[in-house]
Design a protein around this ligand. Structure first.
Ligand SMILES: NC(=O)c1ccc[n+]([C@@H]2O[C@H](COP(=O)([O-])OP(=O)(O)OC[C@H]3O[C@@H](n4cnc5c(N)ncnc54)[C@H](OP(=O)(O)O)[C@@H]3O)[C@@H](O)[C@H]2O)c1
Length: 322
């Protein structure tokens, strides 16, 4: 895992230091059990295992962790696990979080109004035990315009609660809209071998040296249900399996390596609650795919396979904003 990518506002804001991270990071959503589940029976990830996974990730050189206050199950909170496992935090650790979706004290899911975003930022600060947040994404739910929401976060950035801002589940129009308000250092969108949503956003990020952070890089169309939930073996899975065999690697590693081949500004945040998978995922940073591998992988892609970018892995609620 030799190469690194920066979250940098560049000349968009020369007063803020870029934050440089290794390209394989870690997504914390899987640490709590089934994402966003209300079912107590599935909140089964062992707390000590989750803590061990986080500590091992840092030992292996991971210095970018993606989380959210809404990564909770009835028994677990990803932010609390991160704080317990890693606090006091290593100096070079970047913790990225997301606001917008939320879960109120009664367990009811909501989408924050702009004036509620400060409370969500403070909730993350409290849970993570920090006095500022390194990187906060506005996770768009169903709003067409994010100007008011992003404007509220820009004020918190000016106030010193947030160092850098990003957008998530963003179409190109949202990226442009946000950039008119404050520098955007990262976009976190669903993107995988078979779900190449918003390629125009990927290209805009490459052109402007904005970090592009895909989620579901391994899970693909399995989405919240996970990688193992994928039932159909399609041509793309067969190609992945063949390439994995050629490199003595695993399918998950090939998917992550393909992700990193999408550009030097692209990062990976694989999520797992398994130590063995974590080790595999970090090692995927060293897997070099050949031109032939990439051609084979890309030849099975058809834009028609793509399903709509939904509100994945954020509380699905009707818009409760007034
Ligand atoms: N901005 C957003 O709206 C949004 C939405 C979703 C997710 N995210 C972020 O993106 C991160 C990544 O997404 P994700 O965790 O859902 O999906 P992912 O990393 O694409 O895949 C995770 C799934 O693959 C399995 N897995 C992981 N490594 C594996 C390996 N080496 N071999 C076989 N299976 C493996 C995991 O199960 P095991 O636990 O059994 O390994 C889990 O089922 C999340 O953790 C979260 O931080 C953001």
């Amino acid at each position: 895992m030799t190469s690194a990518t920066s979250f940098t506002p560049g000349d968009r804001d020369p007063n803020r230091e870029p934050l440089t991270v290794r390209r394989i990071g870690f997504g914390a959503m899987r640490l709590t059990g089934t994402p966003m589940s209300d079912d107590r029976d599935v909140a089964s990830v062992d707390r000590f295992r989750s803590i061990a996974v986080l500590r091992r990730a840092v030992e292996l050189g991971v210095n970018h962790i993606d989380t959210a206050a809404f990564y909770i199950s009835p028994m677990r909170s990803a932010n609390e696990l991160i704080n317990s496992a890693l606090g006091p935090y290593p100096d070079d650790l970047l913790i990225a979080t997301k606001v917008g979706p939320g879960v109120d004290p009664d367990g009811k899911r909501y989408t924050a109004r702009p004036d509620q975003l400060r409370l969500q930022v403070e909730e993350n600060l409290r849970q993570l035990g920090r006095d500022h947040l390194d990187l906060v994404y506005l996770r768009r739910m169903r709003q067409d315009s994010i100007a008011e929401d992003f404007g509220a976060l820009a004020e918190l950035r000016e106030a010193g609660l947030i160092r850098h801002l990003g957008v998530s589940n963003a179409r190109l129009t949202h990226l442009v809209e946000a950039q008119r308000i404050a520098p955007v250092v990262a976009v976190e969108n669903r993107f995988s071998l078979e779900s190449r949503l918003d390629e125009d956003v990927l290209h805009a990020c490459a052109e402007q040296n904005i970090a592009f952070v895909p989620y579901f890089a391994i899970a693909g169309e399995g989405r919240e249900a996970g990688f193992g939930a994928r039932e159909t073996v399609r041509e793309v899975d067969e190609a992945v399996a063949q390439i994995a065999k050629r490199h003595e690697a695993t399918p998950a590693q090939v998917r992550l390596a393909w992700t990193l081949h999408q550009g030097p500004n692209v990062l990976a945040i694989p999520g797992t609650s398994s130590l063995a998978h974590l080790e595999e995922n970090v090692a995927a940073g060293e897997l070099e795919l050949s031109g032939e591998d990439l051609t084979q992988l890309n030849s099975h892609y058809s834009a028609e396979q793509v399903t709509e970018a939904g509100g994945a892995s954020a509380p699905e609620v009707s818009d409760t904003r007034k």
